[in-house]
Design a protein. Sequence first.
Length: 118
Amino acid sequence: MTEINYNNKIFKVIVNHDNGAVTSGTTFYYRQRGNVVWGTYEGGGIEIGTITGKVLENGKLNFNYQHVTEAGELMTGFCESTPEIRSNGRIRLFEKWRWTCGDHSEGMSIIEEVVAMG
């Protein structure tokens, strides 16, 4: 499996379940050091959010997330992301997540790397 570098990558939501909080207006900013990945996200109903996790030996990402919605609600959860390199070279992440607060429901989402405009 090709090792993926997530440092300074920017992602946007393509698909999300109805019980998810992020939308196509949410932008994710990833950083990486070794197998540790962290980042922030905002927009699309999210005031500010953070992720902290790691890249597993099988290439998947495991991380915890937390955010404050624009309505002021604090939300937390866990996510496992499976990466795919698209034919255009961009990273697409297939995410299975679970809230660790509220109704503890599960869902899936897909986010894809966007090219930063200089």
